[in-house]
Design a protein around this ligand. Structure first.
Ligand code: TRP
Length: 335
């Protein structure tokens, strides 16, 4: 049976929150158990450098994110789990791709365009403060993807353009140097609804409305108690639609629990009681993983060893392809 390669990267900045867990980590771990899939999950620490110049944050965040995936049960014998910077072939490929990528293509990248627009709005020079890392970010991401002949790349909606660019770049390389790359496809899961944050907008670091995944129990409860509701009193019927609390509860509930909560809303459950139930449900799902997480954070060398093993497996795939590509472009022994 030929397997499909499924690959995704996680930028190592910031702390994982419930939105990351529900929207990305949990579905990815589930997908990795499928027989017809070889999954590649990696920590995009080179991508982190684009946004973050604090070495301690980059390092700590890599540890926390790796420990998160391990604690939540990623089978690292099955999935190939590695750190981008441990695979020198990725940087090498980035340059080969850079040499065939049209600058005009990069000019159209949303992230770059947004940064330019911000400058213009502020009356600055268009490229003020914009580093080449931000500008050519989509090429590094294309290298991540093409290096492992990825068929499917699960990503958020905001990354679709980057996948289109990866395909463009792959086609261009294939056209010039022969068929070397599989054309990857973005997989955007329509079922995985975006988890709202405490204020009802999408849960995101940039809105400062997240519920961090690994808060100690008491603080997790506190954070859930801060989910914004309205002033309806106990006994007054409440709407589930548009309720951040209901949406967050639902993301962790089975069909029956969801139905019960819906009924409780209609019957006028007190907000405090509904939040307590939400806390208990979430805590039950993650509390044993929290212990595993804390144990890993206390022993970073275990995480390091796991990543080193992952890097060996990843390079078994990357090195032969890189060898083939070097040949193809004419970088090979003389004579
Ligand atoms: N840019 C992605 C993000 O911010 C992370 C990422 C880096 C990625 N390389 C990737 C995702 C390759 C998928 C495939 O979410």
């Amino acid at each position: 049976m030929s397997k499909r390669n499924v690959l995704t990267g996680i930028t190592t900045t910031g702390r994982p929150h419930l939105g990351n867990y529900v929207g990305a980590i949990k579905p990815a771990i589930e997908a990795s158990h499928k027989d017809d899939v070889q999954s590649f999950y990696f920590l995009a620490d080179y991508h982190a450098l684009i946004k973050c110049r604090d070495p301690q944050v980059v390092n700590q965040s890599t540890l926390e994110i790796a420990a998160t995936w391990m604690a939540l049960g990623l089978d690292t014998d099955e999935a190939i789990f590695y750190r981008q910077s441990d695979i020198p072939e990725i940087s090498e490929l980035t340059w080969l791709l850079t040499c065939v990528t049209a600058k005009g293509l990069m000019n159209r990248a949303h992230a770059y365009k947004a940064a330019v627009q911000e400058n213009i709005d502020a009356g600055e020079d268009a490229d003020f403060g914009i580093a080449m890392g931000l500008f050519s970010y989509p090429i590094l991401m294309a290298a991540d993807i093409l290096m492992f002949n990825s068929h499917d790349v699960p990503v958020g909606r905001d990354q679709i353009q980057h996948l289109e660019m990866a395909r463009d770049i792959a086609q261009r390389f294939n056209h010039i140097f022969g068929e070397h790359f599989v054309l990857p496809e973005a997989v955007v899961d329509a079922d995985v609804s975006l988890l709202p944050g405490r204020d009802g907008r999408k849960m995101s670091k940039s809105y400062n409305n997240t519920i961090p995944l690994w808060l100690p129990e008491k603080q997790l409860r506190k954070s859930i108690m801060k989910i914004v509701t309205n002033s309806l009193e106990p006994g007054e019927p409440k709407q589930t639609e548009g309720s951040a609390l209901f949406a967050i509860y639902s993301a962790f509930a089975n069909a029956e629990q969801r139905q019960e909560m819906k009924q409780a809303f209609a019957d006028g459950i007190a907000w405090g009681a509904a939040k307590q139930q939400c806390f208990e449900l979430i805590n039950a799902e993650i509390s044993s993983a929290r212990q595993a997480y804390e144990a890993l954070i206390a022993e970073p060398s275990k995480v390091e060893l796991c990543l080193q093993k992952g890097a060996v497996r990843a390079r078994e795939v990357a090195a032969p392809l890189m060898q083939q590509l070097r040949q193809a472009v004419g970088i090979r022994p003389l004579g």
